[in-house]
Design a binder for this molecule. Structure first.
Ligand SMILES: *[C@@H]1O[C@H](CO)[C@@H](O)[C@H](O)[C@H]1NC(C)=O
Ligand SMILES: *[C@@H]1O[C@H](CO)[C@@H](O)[C@H](O)[C@H]1NC(C)=O
Ligand SMILES: *[C@@H]1O[C@H](CO)[C@@H](O)[C@H](O)[C@H]1NC(C)=O
Ligand SMILES: *[C@@H]1O[C@H](CO)[C@@H](O)[C@H](O)[C@H]1NC(C)=O
Ligand SMILES: *[C@@H]1O[C@H](CO)[C@@H](O)[C@H](O)[C@H]1NC(C)=O
Ligand SMILES: *[C@@H]1O[C@H](CO)[C@@H](O)[C@H](O)[C@H]1NC(C)=O
Ligand SMILES: *[C@@H]1O[C@H](CO)[C@@H](O)[C@H](O)[C@H]1NC(C)=O
Length: 304
C-alpha cells in the first residue's frame, strides 16, 4: 500500500513536471504515419501518444484522405470494443481537428471497415494546463526609476515564482524609459550596449520562454544605476509553484486547482502536486489497459 501510494505520488510529480506552459499546441496525430491503418497495430498510436504531452486547449489534427478513413470520438467502452455506432462526435473530412477541451482520457477510432480492430485507434490522456500568470513589474509603481534604488525591484521579485509560460509587463511611458533584456555581466555593469532584446514602446510584454535567470535593465540615461533593473529566476515547471499565484500578480488567484477527472474512478489528482490518497487498486495503468486492448483487437483480427 505504501509503495502504491508513493508510486501514485511519483506519477503525479511527473505529470506536474510535464505541465509547463498552456500555450496551445497542435499535435499531428501519428507524426509521419498520419491517421491510417498502422502496419504494427494499435501500438503504433500508443507509442506516438507516449511521446507527446497533451494539455487542455491543445488540438489533435488527424490527417487522412476523405473517404478512406474518418475519426470518431468515442467512450472508453466503444474504444475497447471498436464500436463506432454511437460516437460522441464524428468527422468524415480530412484533415480533421479535435480540440482537447477537457482533461482526462479521450478516445478516437476510425469507423471505416475493420480499421479500428487493425489498430487505427488513439487514446490520449489530457492534463489540465496551468494558468499563465502575467506579472506587472513593480505592480502599481510600474517600470521607472525607483526612489528605493535597485532593492525595489529585487524585493518585488523576491516572493514570486516565475514559471516558463508566464509573462512580464513592463509598464512605462514610451520615450521616458525602455527595457532591455541583457546578460548577467551587462546587468551588473548596467551596460545596455549589446542587449539580447530591446523594447522601446511601453507598456512592453515579455514572455518568459526559457528557464533560468533573466536580466532586464532600462538603458535610458543612468536609470539602471539608479535601480531600474530587474533580475528574476524562471523555473521550468509548475511542480514547485504554490497552488495559488502570488497575491501581487494581476491575474486573479485561481482558488480551484485544476484537477483531472478520473473516469476510471481513480484518485483525483492535481498538476500542482497535491493528491488525495488512492483507494486500494484504483490506479490502473493506462498503458497496460491500452496494450491489452491492442492484444485483444489483434487477436480478434486474427480470428476473423
Ligand atoms: C455498440 O454500441 C451501441 C451503443 O452505443 C450498442 O447499442 C451496440 O449494441 C454496440 N454494438 C456492439 C457490437 O457491441
Ligand atoms: C487544424 O489546426 C491547424 C493548426 O491549428 C490549422 O492549421 C488547420 O487549418 C486546422 N484544420 C482544420 C480543418 O480546421
Ligand atoms: C513573502 O511571503 C510570505 C508569505 O506569503 C510573507 O510572510 C513575507 O512577508 C513575504 N515577504 C516579502 C518580502 O514580501
Ligand atoms: C500603467 O501605468 C499607467 C500610468 O501610471 C496606469 O494608469 C495604468 O493603469 C498602468 N497599467 C497597468 C496594467 O498597470
Ligand atoms: C558594454 O558591453 C559591450 C559588449 O556587449 C562592450 O563592448 C563594452 O566594452 C561594454 N562597455 C563597458 C563600459 O563595459
Ligand atoms: C535560479 O534557480 C536555479 C535552480 O533552482 C538555482 O540553481 C540558481 O542559483 C538560481 N539563481 C538565482 C539568481 O537565484
Ligand atoms: C490520466 O492522467 C491522470 C493524471 O493526469 C491520471 O490520474 C489517470 O490515472 C490517467 N488515466 C489513466 C487511465 O491512466
Amino acid at each position: 500500500m505504501a509503495r502504491r501510494f508513493s508510486t501514485v505520488v511519483f506519477v503525479v510529480m511527473v505529470v506536474a513536471a510535464l505541465v509547463q506552459s498552456s500555450k496551445a499546441e497542435t499535435h499531428e496525430v501519428g507524426g509521419t504515419m498520419k491517421w491510417t491503418v498502422p502496419s504494427s497495430g494499435a501500438v503504433a498510436y500508443q507509442n506516438w501518444a507516449a511521446g507527446e504531452t497533451f494539455l487542455t486547449g491543445d488540438v489533435l489534427e488527424f490527417e487522412f484522405t476523405t473517404g478512406a478513413h474518418d475519426v470518431a470520438k468515442v467512450t472508453k467502452a466503444a474504444f475497447d470494443a471498436c464500436n463506432g455506432t454511437n460516437p460522441i462526435s464524428h468527422k468524415t473530412t480530412g484533415p480533421a481537428n479535435f480540440t482537447l477541451d477537457t482533461s482526462g482520457e479521450h478516445y478516437y477510432i476510425c469507423t471505416v471497415g475493420s480499421h479500428c480492430s487493425l489498430g487505427q485507434k488513439l487514446a490520449v490522456n489530457v492534463s489540465a494546463a496551468r494558468a499563465e500568470t502575467e506579472f506587472i513589474v513593480g505592480d502599481s509603481l510600474g517600470w521607472t526609476v525607483p526612489s528605493g534604488g535597485a532593492a525595489t525591484y529585487q524585493n518585488w521579485a523576491k516572493n514570486k515564482t516565475f514559471v516558463v509560460g508566464d509573462s512580464l509587463k513592463f509598464n512605462f511611458t514610451t520615450g521616458a524609459h525602455d527595457v532591455a533584456k541583457v546578460t548577467k555581466t551587462a546587468f551588473d555593469a548596467c551596460n545596455g550596449t549589446n542587449p539580447i532584446s530591446h523594447e522601446t514602446t511601453g507598456p512592453a510584454d515579455i514572455d518568459l520562454d526559457t528557464a533560468g535567470e533573466h536580466y532586464f535593465i532600462c538603458t535610458v540615461g543612468s536609470h539602471c544605476s539608479l535601480g531600474q533593473k530587474l533580475a528574476i529566476n524562471v523555473t521550468a515547471s509548475s511542480s514547485t509553484t504554490p497552488a495559488t499565484p502570488p497575491s501581487s500578480s494581476t491575474t486573479p488567484p485561481s482558488t480551484t486547482t485544476p484537477t483531472s477527472p478520473s473516469p476510471s474512478g481513480g484518485p483525483s489528482q492535481s498538476p500542482s502536486g497535491s493528491t488525495t490518497p488512492p483507494s486500494p487498486g484504483s490506479a490502473p495503468s493506462f498503458a497496460v489497459a491500452g496494450l491489452s486492448a491492442t492484444l485483444l483487437s489483434v487477436a480478434a483480427a486474427l480470428l476473423y
